[in-house]
Write a protein of this length. Structure first.
Ligand code: R7I
Ligand code: MG
Ligand code: MG
Length: 299
């Protein structure tokens, strides 16, 4: 089954909108104050952050050379790095090392010896499901691209949660069916435990409160404390307006831009571009042209 333009644009714009509209609410007082000063273009459009930048890098790298090449992608990530995009502290250091000529394999373990378990690989992984229709190929591509900056198994499995969920949403599986599929691939106990919580909430139709979401799933910058949260919020709001889902994410606080980017990309994939808010964000034309490039590439 070929992908529709609606699905491709929905996946990419759902992510960028979640990121740009969530960014003003990320972190504590200081981060919010800083984003107030630098978070919009001179025309007044909301800016997106590292989440969208790395997603664009990933797609543009593949479109440019016609396939996935980790070194090409690592260089692209490194050259796109700007502190103003709000990168995670460990990722910023890794990207500076790569730019200075260090191999990504050693740079990825230079900050945290087992590799980062942040959500930085997961936040850029959904779009891989647009490129790789075969599940096994998608798993390999997700794992490879995650390793460039996030070698820890929790970060890799967090990325798989997002890319595989996107894959199954493109196939129009229901959230409970997707959870069954995910549980078959995930090995990290802390992720399985959270998937079980989500399964309970979804199958009983219980709508968890922000306090329960924060307590049982999390709202942090690590993969385990944000990827399951994004899954739950998206899966419980697939038939609600995007704005309602965003409002719940903002109420949960914490890593708002990234949870909204991950939930947004799932929501946009399932519902399509036309259902997304009409808000114009930074570089709207660039996003449209990358989506068009993907459409041509996968046809
Ligand atoms: O994962 P990463 O790229 O961060 C992405 C987040 C998103 O919220 C973006 O929007 C941006 O704001 O940053 O960045 P990393 O620095 O790799 O990981 C994020 C955080 O997870 C780190 O700053 C650490 O607090 C924590 N972390 C770890 N802490 C201890 N030991 C990640 N890995 C480790 C670890 O091995
Ligand atoms: Mg960000
Ligand atoms: Mg974030």
């Amino acid at each position: 089954m070929s992908l529709s333009r609606e699905q491709i644009q929905g996946c990419l714009f759902g992510l960028a909108l979640g990121d740009a509209l969530g960014a003003p609410y990320e972190g504590g007082m200081l981060e919010r104050l800083l984003w107030k000063m630098i978070g919009s273009t001179k025309e007044g459009y909301a800016k997106w952050t590292d989440d969208t930048q790395m997603t664009l890098d990933l797609l543009e790298s593949i479109l440019e050379i016609g396939h996935l090449d980790e070194q090409h992608l690592a260089n692209k990530f490194a050259h796109s790095y700007r502190w103003r995009r709000g990168y995670g502290a460990g990722t910023a250091k890794i990207l500076k090392r790569i730019k200075a000529g260090e191999s990504f394999q050693t740079a990825a373990k230079a900050v945290y010896p087992n590799g980062s378990y942040g959500n930085g690989a997961a936040m850029r992984s959904s779009v891989l499901a647009l490129i790789y229709k075969d599940k096994q190929a998608l798993i390999e591509a997700t794992t490879k691209t995650a390793h460039i900056t996030h070698a820890h198994p929790l970060a890799v499995e967090g990325a798989l949660l997002i890319s595989l969920s996107t894959h199954f949403l493109l196939k129009q599986l229901s959230p409970p069916a997707i959870l069954v599929e995910l549980i078959a691939y995930i090995k990290q106990p802390s992720l399985i435990q959270r998937l079980d919580v989500i399964n309970d909430w979804l199958t009983t139709g219980y709508l968890a409160t922000p306090k329960e979401i924060i307590g049982l799933l999390g709202h942090g910058m690590t993969a385990e404390s944000s990827c399951p949260t994004a899954l739950y919020v998206a899966f419980s709001h697939l038939h609600q307006p995007f704005e309602q889902m965003l409002s719940l994410i903002i109420q949960c606080g914490g890593d708002v831009d990234t949870i909204a980017a991950m939930a947004g990309t799932l929501w946009g994939t399932a519902n399509g571009y036309k259902q997304l808010p009409k808000t114009i964000i930074e570089d709207y034309q660039r996003l449209l042209s990358v989506a068009e490039g993907v459409e041509k590439f996968v046809r």
